[in-house]
Design a binder for this molecule. Structure first.
Ligand code: CMC
Length: 432
């Protein structure tokens, strides 16, 4: 049966078609609404608005389901690697052995950075945030590596260059901010091991690659690789809809990710846990601050626009934290505090009523700390992981015949028409 929706405005009936997704999700198609009725819909934050059809990621926020291209996140986290997952997201299918080898070879070949790009780093102030540097560097790639709009190739050179170089640029930003020499990528190392080596290798104490940490980093990046139409991905689709180049589009995604309500939450969680650990701030105080409507403080790492149950990524992240810390025979007091805080929040009526559960960022900072990643690099780590998702969403968008330039409407609430007053007649302004 074809479903339709009837909308009655001032007694006049309007028929709106219904679109159904492959998992049964339904949308009312309002594309003709304004033209037919003169009305628009009002939905700040797009909580009820579908902006595209997408075959990349499926989420069910009530059941806590997340799948990339149909594959459950739990299976990918257990069996896949970040490079394989990136290939899956961008091309739609898991690679054959030959395709995976070819991708890995290209990722190694493309990893060095243009010498002139390195000079940019020297001019940043020492405390510059690496997210700002990364966003600017990715934008600058457009000038150094003109993009190849070769949509024939599922995994083309531009995508591979981006995925490869973002890792080099991130590690380089960190080394330079520390006043340390730059470590170049090594062709004998895989994607994740190479990153850790570029971050931590030292002339005096050479970095020892630990396979458990490499595995943990693979899982961390797999969990972040895509999350359908979130804030930064929407930024990518909106900016990309103006047909801007892919580097500037991704750079916009990185900027959108930076905020503490989105990718910056992992940094905000660790700052919050450290405050509890060292400043005598108690779990109880933390919860009452988060519940106080007059206080801008939130319980970072909790709540989600889509998940109204435990974020499936947070479950995996918590497990990986426990495994990584116990394998390294390390105890992190912040992990114990996080568990106490989680327990208290899950038993608190405010959080229960509003369905606020831990999200991916609640435990991710603890895992990154265990790897030795400094706090101001946390959101950069998220950005590296999210890159294959941004690329696949951009690629889907530019190939979609239904897509138009993003241009929402508004309800104007300012002054009605009034006449210009010459300055000599204006008197004293009320706003001093
Ligand atoms: N602490 C306290 N109260 C909260 C929180 C929180 N973390 N999250 C939501 N609420 C309250 C909120 O005040 C609102 O209350 P009321 O209905 O009384 O006005 C209610 O719950 C619904 O929240 P909302 O702000 O309307 O939800 P949203 O969908 O607009 O925002 C969110 C989602 C993730 C921005 C929000 O939950 C939040 O700020 N969380 C903390 C930041 C965070 O952890 N962000 C990472 C998200 S996951 C990673 C990613 O993909 O970015």
């Amino acid at each position: 049966m074809i479903e339709i929706v009837k909308l009655v405005i001032n007694g006049k009936e309007h028929i709106l078609p219904v679109i159904e997704g492959s998992e049964g999700e339904k949308a009312i198609d309002i594309r003709g609404l304004r033209q037919e009725t003169g009305y628009i819909t009002f939905d700040p934050g797009f909580g009820n608005t579908g902006t595209c059809r997408s075959a990349i990621t499926y989420m069910d926020g009530e059941k806590g389901i997340l799948r990339y291209r149909g594959f459950p996140i739990e299976q990918l986290a257990e069996h896949s690697t970040f490079v394989e997952t990136a290939f899956l997201l961008i091309t739609g299918e898991l690679p054959t052995r030959k395709e995976l080898t070819r991708t890995s070879v290209y990722l190694n070949d493309f990893s060095p950075l243009h010498e002139n790009m390195k000079a940019f780093y020297q001019n940043y102030p020492p405390k510059a945030h690496p997210m700002g540097i990364l966003s600017a560097m990715v934008n600058a790639m457009r000038s150094f590596y003109p993009e190849l709009i070769d949509l024939e190739e599922e995994m083309n050179t531009t995508y591979l260059r981006l995925i490869s170089k973002i890792r080099t640029m991130a590690a380089m930003a960190y080394r330079i901010s520390q006043g340390e020499r730059v470590v170049y990528p090594r062709s004998d190392l895989c994607y994740c091991a190479n990153f850790l080596n570029m971050m931590f290798d030292n002339v005096v104490v050479p970095y020892k690659i630990d396979s458990d940490l490499v595995r943990a980093l693979n899982v961390f990046w797999i969990l972040h690789a895509d999350h359908e139409q979130n804030c930064s991905t929407t930024a990518v689709r909106v900016v990309g809809s103006g047909k801007v180049n892919i580097y500037s589009t991704i750079s916009a995604g990185i900027s959108a990710l930076w905020g503490p309500l989105h990718g910056g939450a992992n940094q905000a969680v660790v700052n919050m846990l450290e405050k509890i650990y060292s400043d005598g701030f108690t779990v109880k105080e933390c919860l009452s601050k988060a519940k106080d409507k007059n206080d801008p403080f939130r319980l970072y790492g909790f709540g989600h626009r889509v998940y109204k149950t435990y974020d499936p990524r947070a479950k995996i992240m918590k497990k990986i934290c426990d495994i990584a810390l116990s394998k390294m025979k390390r105890k992190d007091p912040l992990l114990e505090i996080a568990k106490r805080l989680e327990d208290a929040a899950l038993n608190d009526s405010y959080f229960k009523e509003k369905n606020l559960y831990p999200n991916v960022d609640f435990y991710s900072g603890i895992l990154l700390r265990a790897m030795g990643i400094p706090v101001n690099m946390f959101t950069v780590m998220f950005a590296i992981g999210r890159l294959p998702g941004w690329i696949s969403q951009w690629k889907e968008d530019v190939a979609d015949p239904e897509m138009r330039i993003s241009r929402p409407r508004q309800i104007y609430s300012g002054s009605q028409k009034r006449d210009y007053i010459p300055i000599k007649d204006r008197g004293q302004s009320v706003k001093q």
